[in-house]
Each structure stands twice: as structure tokens, then as C-alpha cells.
Design a protein around this ligand. Structure first.
Ligand code: FE2
Ligand code: FE2
Length: 252
């Protein structure tokens, strides 16, 4: 499906209804789950970060993720939705991401993998046809650049210690398939087509996933981190398009 270059633009909550409003709320809910979960993971990481500098940075990131969550709360409220109710429907962060929140290597993999997957979705939302949401995402993405910079710095540091790097690689093998499945969802289907048609997103899920993996690949090559085998994706039912498989197979 090709992106629609001229979707109808909505500038106020009162302008949206029906299927469009439902889909908007579903996408925002997904982002809200991610922002609140990330706030929790970074919050917990203050305790297990190994150095003072990393503890302070974790605290700063937790505050930023909380601020991203608050932005969404205001947009929910404007749409007549109680953000507390949305929050109550969220699965526990650790369970959702198959994550041990008290382990620093887990958190570093989370930062490099899961948090960045969220950023690639936000890049789509920044150009969304629902302007009250899109206009809030520029500053969010600026924060996310800082989070990813730290994720990459951690990867580089771990790459220097073979024992820790092995742990990072093993966890990455486990966490990347979960991320593809949970952060991006199914690569095809009527919901995806609808989002692109009405401009809630500007690229297909296949394009967004490929952009995410290609960005990672540069840093992975530098540090000799490999993609998990395709069987790891199949095992948990993470669907991949042929073009996505090609990227994954290029760095085994
Ligand atoms: Fe965030
Ligand atoms: Fe983040």
C-alpha cells in the first residue's frame, strides 16, 4: 500500500469520530503503554546502574519518559478519555517485554532495542493527520535521540568485554523478536492499510520495521553484534516480510 500524500487533516478533538477516532485511540494507547513502561524500566535502572553518571542519566530518562506519558494524558483527556483507565489496561512492563528490570545488561538491551522501536513509531506519529498528537511528538523524538545515543554507547562499551558482550548478544537474541512482535505488530492487514490510507501513519509497518533494523545494523556491524536466527522469530510467532528477512539474514 502506498502512502496517501493528501489525507484529511484533523486539527481538533471535535473533528474526529467513528473508525478514525477508534484507530487514533488504539495507536495512542500503544504509545502510552510504551512510554509508561519505559519510564518504569528507566526508574528501576537507577538502582542497578553501575556508575554515578549512569544513575543520573537513568533518572533523567525516567523523568523524560514520564513527561512523554503526560503529554499523551492531555491528548486523551481532550478526546474525553480517562488516561487512568487506559493505564489500568496496561500489562505489567516486565512481563510484556520479557525483561528482568533489576539487571543492568537487560536494561541496556532494552534501551538499545525496545526504546528505539518506540521512536520509530513516534517518527510516524509526528506526521500523523491528527495534528494535536503530531505536534507534541517533535520534542519527544529529541529526547529519544538522547536515549538511543546512550543505548549505542552501552553497546560499544559492552563490546569491549567478551563475557558481558555474550550476555548482551544472548539477551538481544531473545528481546529483538519480542520487540518486533509487540512494538510493531503484524506487518500486514486491514488495520495497517487503514492507518496509511487516513494518514495516521505515513509508512507501512514493513517500511517502519526495515528502517528500524537498518539503523541498528550500522551499529551492530561496528560492534559485531548479530541478528537472531529467523527461527527465533518463528518460535514466538513474530511475522516477518521477505524484505525484513533479507535484512536479518544479512548479519548472522
Ligand atoms: Fe518516550
Ligand atoms: Fe525513550
Amino acid at each position: 500500500m502506498n502512502p496517501n500524500d493528501n489525507p484529511t487533516i484533523y486539527r481538533a478533538p471535535s473533528e474526529v469520530s467513528g473508525e478514525y477516532r477508534d484507530m487514533l485511540i488504539r495507536l495512542m494507547t500503544r504509545q502510552f503503554y510504551a512510554e509508561t513502561a519505559t519510564a518504569e524500566v528507566f526508574g528501576r535502572s537507577v538502582g542497578c546502574a553501575p556508575t554515578l553518571r549512569e544513575k543520573l542519566m537513568a533518572a533523567e530518562f525516567a523523568a523524560e519518559e514520564a513527561e512523554h506519558s503526560e503529554r499523551l494524558c492531555r491528548i486523551f483527556e481532550d478526546l474525553g478519555i480517562d488516561p487512568d483507565e487506559v493505564f489500568r489496561s496496561r500489562p505489567p512492563a516486565a512481563k510484556f517485554w520479557d525483561l528482568d528490570m533489576d539487571n543492568w545488561v537487560h536494561i541496556a538491551v532494552f534501551n538499545f532495542t525496545v526504546d528505539r522501536a518506540g521512536s520509530h513509531q513516534i517518527m510516524e506519529y509526528m506526521e500523523s493527520s491528527y495534528r494535536p498528537w503530531a505536534e507534541q511528538m517533535g520534542e519527544v523524538l529529541e529526547d529519544e535521540e538522547g536515549h538511543y545515543g546512550n543505548g549505542v554507547a552501552n553497546l560499544r562499551e559492552f563490546a569491549r568485554d567478551p563475557k558481558v558482550f555474550k550476555e548482551f548478544q544472548d539477551l538481544y537474541f531473545r528481546m529483538l523478536p519480542v520487540t518486533i512482535k509487540r512494538a510493531f505488530g503484524r506487518p500486514t492487514g486491514p488495520d495497517n492499510d487503514y492507518c496509511v490510507k487516513v494518514g495516521l501513519k505515513r509508512h507501512t509497518t514493513e517500511q517502519v520495521v526495515n528502517r528500524y533494523l537498518t539503523e541498528m545494523l550500522g551499529y551492530m556491524r561496528e560492534c559485531k553484534l548479530k541478528f537472531p536466527p529467523l527461527s527465533a522469530f518463528e518460535k514466538i510467532g513474530a511475522e516477518l516480510m521477505p524484505s525484513t528477512k533479507e535484512i536479518i539474514l544479512s548479519n548472522q
